[in-house]
Ligand binder design. Structure first.
Ligand SMILES: Cc1cc2nc3c(=O)[nH]c(=O)nc-3n(C[C@H](O)[C@H](O)[C@H](O)COP(=O)(O)OP(=O)(O)OC[C@H]3O[C@@H](n4cnc5c(N)ncnc54)[C@H](O)[C@@H]3O)c2cc1C
Length: 351
């Protein structure tokens, strides 16, 4: 059964990446959602490097449904760029710098196998690196990577929503509403009495914006850290993964560790322009959580995009829009149904 009637009021809480994409998709479908944001102070989207990479380098695999995630990305971001009249979507290959012969052997085995071959991993001897890269063993290339400039997307979306009178720049608190309320609040969700039971596992990340003259803006470099080209000799250098964090303060010692790793790998002077930190909205099983509240079906959640918001959000939002408009069931791997065992009430059964 479809969830949205024709003139249904919709409130979206949060104008990070997820709330922005959802608001735009609902507008495309003829709805007029009202978006609330308290000013992006806690927005993970404003800190993120914005990189996407379908390949997991630790396990050297591509996870579930890579074709669908990539297709949704390549359909969503260029269309949104056109609608907003700005540019933020940049496909770029990722050069994975090798540490050992064993890594090269693994890469060659995987790139020769059906699942990862051709589209995802190129042969190792195809990857050319900049002369200043100090890795004699070379690199393998991931062809399907890239970067979304999230601050540009969020800023353009904020202006568009303001033009339409569809943005309320304040903290959302109203519980007395007939609207369908969709919570896209990132890590702030852990303080929300309606949702505090969701199995979120905040993960602090720190990232530097750096200036590097005469380096290589044509690809992303990955060596445990990443160097992602932005524009005019500026790059993102990152990032860290810190479990059980207590705050989002940037730590100068952590910045120094990232710079040491950079200097050991790339022989070009690098000047720090900015150092930022934030929480990734990560879940216990590292998949997003989408769907209705178990006791209050006027409230939906779309959250838990962890370190892969850019890659996961377009397809997950398509699934949510299909569900709201046509009553289509949400896929099990992202549905809130899998988390109901954490809800503090024995009366709820899984959908
Ligand atoms: C250091 C770092 C590096 C990262 N790098 C990458 C990367 O390279 N690639 C990638 O895909 N992902 C990356 N991420 C993760 C990425 O940032 C997230 O997956 C994504 O941005 C989550 O978007 P969101 O919209 O769910 O949350 P957010 O961006 O956090 O947005 C939530 C919004 O909700 C608003 N809000 C919350 N509560 C309320 C309320 N009650 N009323 C009104 N407004 C409210 C906030 O102001 C905020 O603007 C990184 C994260 C960090 C911290």
């Amino acid at each position: 059964m479809k969830v949205l009637s024709e003139n249904q009021d919709i409130h979206i809480i949060g104008q990070g990446l997820v709330g922005s994409l959802l608001a735009w998709r609902l507008m495309e479908e003829g709805y007029s959602p009202l978006v609330f944001d308290k000013g992006h102070a806690t927005a993970s989207s404003m800190v993120a490097a914005g990189m996407w990479n379908p390949v997991n380098f630790k396990r050297l695999n591509v996870g579930q449904h890579p074709e669908q995630y990539l297709a949704a990305m390549h359909s969503t971001y260029p269309r949104l760029e056109h609608w907003l009249g700005t540019s933020f979507f940049k496909p770029l290959p990722i050069a994975r710098l090798f540490d050992s012969q064993e890594e090269i052997n693994q890469w060659d085995i995987q790139s020769a196998l059906g699942k990862l071959s051709a589209r995802y991993l190129t042969q190792t001897d195809y990857a050319a690196t900049h002369p200043s890269v100090r890795r004699p063993l070379g690199a393998g290339l991931v062809a399907e990577g890239g970067r979304v400039d999230l601050p540009t997307l969020l800023e353009a979306m904020r202006r568009k929503l303001e033009e339409r009178g569809a943005l309320v720049s304040s903290h959302y608190s109203s519980n007395e509403t007939d609207a369908l309320v969709i919570h896209c609040t990132g890590m702030s969700i852990v303080q929300d009495p309606l949702w505090h039971w969701l199995p979120m596992a905040p993960n602090k990340g720190q990232v530097l914006t750096v200036r590097i003259n005469d380096f290589d803006p044509t690809q992303i470099y990955h060596f445990g850290r990443f160097v992602v080209p932005l524009h005019h000799d500026t790059y993102k250098l990152g990032s860290t993964y810190e479990l059980r964090p207590t705050d989002t303060t940037p730590d100068p010692n952590v910045a120094q560790e990232m710079l040491n790793d950079y200097s050991a790998t790339i022989d070009r002077p690098c000047e720090v322009v900015e150092h930022r930190a934030g929480y990734r909205p990560t879940t216990y099983d590292r998949m997003p959580i989408v769907g209705p509240h178990p006791q209050n079906p006027k409230h939906y959640v779309c959250n838990g995009f962890g370190s892969r918001g850019v890659y996961y959000a377009p397809l997950c939002i398509e699934h949510l829009v299909d569900h709201l408009l046509h009553g289509t069931a949400l896929p099990k791997d992202i549905s809130i149904a899998r988390t109901l065992k954490f809800f503090p009430s024995s009366s709820v059964t899984e959908a």
